[in-house]
Design a binder for this molecule. Structure first.
Ligand code: MSP
Length: 524
């Protein structure tokens, strides 16, 4: 049976247009899925919308819609964006779907029966937008520690999940499974900020509004939106339903990707819920940082929002995906700025990559009438050096992707691009041509084409169209030569012919003009 790779994104709050920050998680998830598929595995990507809670009820009312009308419309908008961004998701779950709601209810009743959930009274400080209660000490300057807005005192009869019962088990799990949390420093954050100070039992119902999944045995309570939302990762696979074949096939997930703001819910509550259900935990939960602007968070009021559509329409999907994924360090936030975007476009995509393709294709045409096949199969010293360093480079890339360090892996791919550009300077094909050193010249052309083929495979998960464009220009048609496992060898291309006239994949942008354009659209 094929290996499977199940990957989830957070389900999105249906709250209007997604900016590039909110699109980041899903682009990353899609890239990982494509990478595993390229390795011959069966990828499965889940995304969706998180549709219950007071905030949604309020927004829908303001819009003169029912909450369901509102969330359905938003879910359609989300799907439209994922289609435009060529996100290959396998399932889109809405938490208002029956297949989700009935299982959440079942899980909730099971927790009551097991004694994990008990009835009590809740008194605390509540943040409406975040739908979370806080204690006095958790507040920052008297405001919500997550969103910085006002909190208000609230008191209600409520059900609680007995978190304390599972804390030791969770800590042991962290210790025994070093791959569970990536990057590693997030584990210490959880332990020091939330677990060590004393993990409170979690209030898991609300009575102050009714847009949520009702507790079947006590229907004036609706289930806390996070308990409801987190379970989407298994309800979408048919857990506890009549047909749970997807669940059997894909659970536990290989990786669940989440932004840093929701790490706490995924690294503490989610594993505890799974433990209470006697289910295995996902192999990895990967926490990414945020895309920020130079002046902080993106917000309409600051006039610094950039939408994926804006970038895609003007610069194409691949450049947009490239920038997002390239610009996110492991331990810090990534910054979007018009200057950085234009610079990456001009340097990385145009100068380094596009020119390499263009120069190579025109040289093969000039020296061998487009044929790559004159190489006799014996690399000389310079070629061997290139082969060796390229294979090492590819191993580095693979290791980094497997560790979910995507920006670093892209940097290593570009090191291979630079190494290949350097090989042109080393072999100086124009001199070889002049001196009629035909064997060396043929070897140089062959190695350039081979490296371009490898580069195209490496970038394919993040820039599919560009990769296909390169394959087309260098005459690679056979599917096997586009697969990941063909990366390690150098004697693959037989009889390829490059296209007669290569088109530049990326054209140089006019710096000032584009920076002005981007600054203008950010203010709109
Ligand atoms: N509904 C919850 C998730 C429930 S999962 C069971 C939620 N939704 S969200 O729409 O607010 O955020 C969705 C994802 O986008 C989160 O992973 C969040 O971290 C991410 N991002 C939101 N803004 C972001 C940036 N500026 N940059 C990168 N990711 C960002 O949270």
């Amino acid at each position: 049976m094929k290996n499977t790779f199940y990957i989830t994104t957070p389900i999105y709050y249906p709250s209007g247009k997604f900016h590039i920050g909110t699109a980041y998680t899903t682009v990353l998830a899609d890239t990982l899925k494509r990478y595993h598929e390229l390795k011959g595995e069966e990828g499965y990507l889940l995304t969706g919308t998180d549709e219950h809670g007071q905030k949604i009820q309020e927004v829908a009312e303001k819009n003169g819609q029912t909450p369901k009308e509102y969330v359905d419309q938003m879910a359609e908008q989300a799907k439209e964006l994922w289609d435009k961004m060529d996100i290959h998701y396998d399932d889109f779950i809405q938490t208002t779907e029956k297949r989700h709601e009935v299982i959440v209810q079942k899980i909730f009743e099971r927790f009551i029966e097991q004694g994990d959930i008990y009835k009590g009274e809740y008194e605390g400080l509540y943040c409406v937008p975040c739908e979370t209660y806080f204690t006095e000490t958790q507040l920052i300057d008297g405001k919500c520690p997550d969103c910085g807005r006002d909190v208000k005192p609230m008191k209600e009869e409520a059900y609680f999940f007995n978190m304390k019962k599972y804390v030791d088990r969770l800590l042991r799990y962290y210790e025994e499974h070093p791959d569970f949390i990536k990057p590693d420093f997030r584990k210490n954050e959880m332990i020091n900020n939330f677990i060590k100070p004393g993990l409170e039992d979690l209030c898991v119902t609300r009575t102050s509004f009714d847009w949520g999944i009702k507790v079947p045995s006590d229907p004036k309570h609706v289930i806390y939106v996070w308990l409801d939302a987190l379970t989407n990762y298994i309800t979408a696979l048919g857990y506890e339903s009549e047909d749970d074949s997807l669940f059997q096939k894909y659970w536990p997930a290989n990786v669940q990707i989440v932004g840093k703001d929701i790490a706490r819910f995924h690294l503490i509550y989610w594993p505890i819920f799974l433990m209470a259900l006697d289910l295995p935990l996902p192999k990895t939960i990967m926490v990414h940082n945020w895309i920020m602007m130079k002046d902080g968070k993106m917000s309409k009021s600051k006039g610094n929002v950039i939408y994926p559509e804006t970038l895609m329409e003007r610069y194409g999907l691949d450049a947009t995906r490239y920038f997002l994924l390239r610009e996110m360090p492991v331990a810090q936030d990534g910054i979007f700025s018009p200057e950085a975007f234009v610079e990456r476009y001009n340097f990385d995509l145009c100068n380094d990559l596009s020119n390499l393709v263009n120069r190579t294709v025109s040289m093969v045409n000039k020296y061998f009438g487009g044929n790559v096949s004159h190489y006799n199969g014996t690399p000389n010293e310079v070629d061997e050096e290139l082969e060796k360093s390229s294979v090492e480079q590819i191993q580095k890339v693979e290791k980094l992707i497997n560790n979910f360090e995507i920006a670093n892996s892209i940097q290593e791919i570009w090191n291979l691009v630079s190494r290949t550009n350097k090989y042109i300077d080393e072999t100086m094909p124009w001199v070889l041509a002049k001196e009629e050193q035909t064997e060396k010249l043929a070897s140089s052309m062959y190695h350039l084409i081979e490296n371009l083929r490898k580069i195209a495979i490496l970038i394919k998960p993040l820039m599919n169209e560009t990769a296909e464009n390169i394959f087309h220009q260098i005459g690679i048609k056979e599917e096997a030569l586009k697969m990941w496992d063909s990366l390690s060898k150098y004697d693959q291309i037989k009889g390829a012919k490059v296209i007669e006239k290569g088109e530049p994949i990326f054209m140089r942008l006019k710096v000032e003009e584009e920076i002005d354009y981007l600054q203008k659209v950010m203010k709109q």
